[in-house]
Design a binder for this molecule. Structure first.
Ligand code: THU
Length: 142
């Protein structure tokens, strides 16, 4: 449940770079996410807010959308960078969105101002998750 130090550093740097692109005029809370595909490719996303607040999309989901659109669906790790003093975990919607593509994703949450870093497996943040397994059973019954 860990990445090589150099790869982790590269992933965090990618998240830090995209964090600067976040569009967060309402909350002022900028989030950068970098998702490592099993191919080795890195996909990034930032939060994009909207005047209709509920239309906002989080950085984590942005990174997943980029990856899937590029043809990649298997992932190893996700770095999340915020300026909060404590490393910021993904929201509930993002946990479920990430879970679609596997439960053993390594989450690396980083606060550059305090240099705090937290590493957790997605399955530990979303135990007893709803997944496609339940839908498969229902579809077989029809
Ligand atoms: N945000 C994310 O980008 N990821 C999360 O997991 C938590 C929240 C964003 C959404 C919104 O633009 C801002 O942070 C404040 O909620």
């Amino acid at each position: 449940m860990s990445l090589a130090k150099s790869l982790e550093k590269k992933l965090i740097e990618a998240a830090e770079a995209v964090q600067k692109k976040a569009y967060a005029p309402y909350s002022g809370f900028q989030v950068g996410a970098a998702l490592l595909g099993k191919s080795g490719q890195i996909y990034t996303g930032c939060n994009v807010e909207n005047s209709s607040y509920g239309a906002t999309i989080c950085a984590e989901r942005g990174a997943v959308v980029q990856a899937v659109a590029a043809g990649e669906r298997e992932f190893t790790a996700l770095a999340i960078v915020t300026a909060s003093p404590e490393p910021c975990p993904p929201c509930g919607i993002c946990r479920q969105f990430l879970r679609e593509f596997g439960s053993d994703l390594l989450l690396i949450m980083v606060s550059p101002p305090t240099k705090k870093i937290c590493r957790v497996l997605l399955t530990d943040y979303l135990p007893a998750a709803f997944s496609c397994e339940f839908l498969k059973e229902a579809m077989e019954e029809e």
